[in-house]
Design a binder for this molecule. Structure first.
Ligand code: DC
Length: 219
């Protein structure tokens, strides 16, 4: 069987990994996995059902049974279009809470690995290079200062018409970083062998160029 090649792009929220990953995937004509969207969908489904974050068995049940569809750039949960809803900071925070539960991560593992199809996959997340695809051909760890990341998120959310302010976003981002970096399973860390890129003073185009050059060298 022909194996899929894999590029992993991990990093904290607002590092630019989502945009860079999608653009790398489209340039190479590869598949794209937005693993954060899966955690966000679960975070949303759990809060919609009024389930508390310590009700682990109920959360796992939702993770195993929730109906998710990715269609023409839209994301549906149980048939409802939640493309924009899952991008809010509150759903991001819920995602980060369910993501700290080891059984949740185990449940989502197979689902994520199933995305690895020829010719290749660009996987965006927190533990793509460290846990989900440890044998990836190229691993990138993309960071940026917390202030810069808050500014980028502000711009993104404003463009979507959401009511946000930079100060609240900075606090929320810092809170989420702490939870993602300090959890016991699959914390946010640079995977072994990952190329660490600080995008604070780089444009998306510059980051994209570096990643594509690395891909050319390694693939
Ligand atoms: O990348 P994102 O902001 O959409 O991710 C939302 C949350 O999901 C993030 O705070 C932590 C969690 N997450 C994770 O734990 N592992 C991943 N591979 C992707 C996201």
């Amino acid at each position: 069987m022909k194996m899929a090649k894999i590029i992993t792009i991990d990093g904290p929220s607002g590092s630019g990994k989502g945009t860079v990953s999608q653009r790398v995937a489209s340039q190479l004509g590869w598949h794209f996995l937005d693993s954060g969207a899966l955690y966000r969908l679960l975070g949303l489904a759990v809060s919609d059902k009024g389930i508390e974050f310590d009700e682990v068995d109920r959360i796992i049940e939702v993770a195993k049974t929730m109906l998710v569809q990715f269609e023409n750039g839209r994301i549906l949960l149980e048939g409802d279009d939640v493309t924009d809803t899952i991008r809010t900071e509150s759903v991001g925070n819920n995602a980060s809470k369910v993501a700290a539960i080891p059984q949740v991560r185990a449940t989502l593992l197979t689902w994520q690995r199933d995305y690895a199809k020829p010719p290749g996959l660009v996987a965006d997340g927190r533990d793509m290079g460290s846990v989900v695809f440890p044998d990836a051909e190229l691993k990138i760890f993309l960071t940026a200062s917390a202030e810069e990341r808050a500014k980028r998120r502000y711009k993104q959310l404003k463009e979507k018409g959401l009511d946000v302010n930079v100060r609240d976003l900075t606090v929320e981002i810092a809170e989420r970083d702490q939870r993602d970096m300090n959890r016991s399973v699959a914390p946010l860390v640079a995977a072994e062998g990952a190329l660490e890129l600080d995008s604070t003073s780089l444009s998306i185009e510059e980051v994209l160029d570096i990643v594509l050059q690395e891909a050319e060298k390694k693939l």
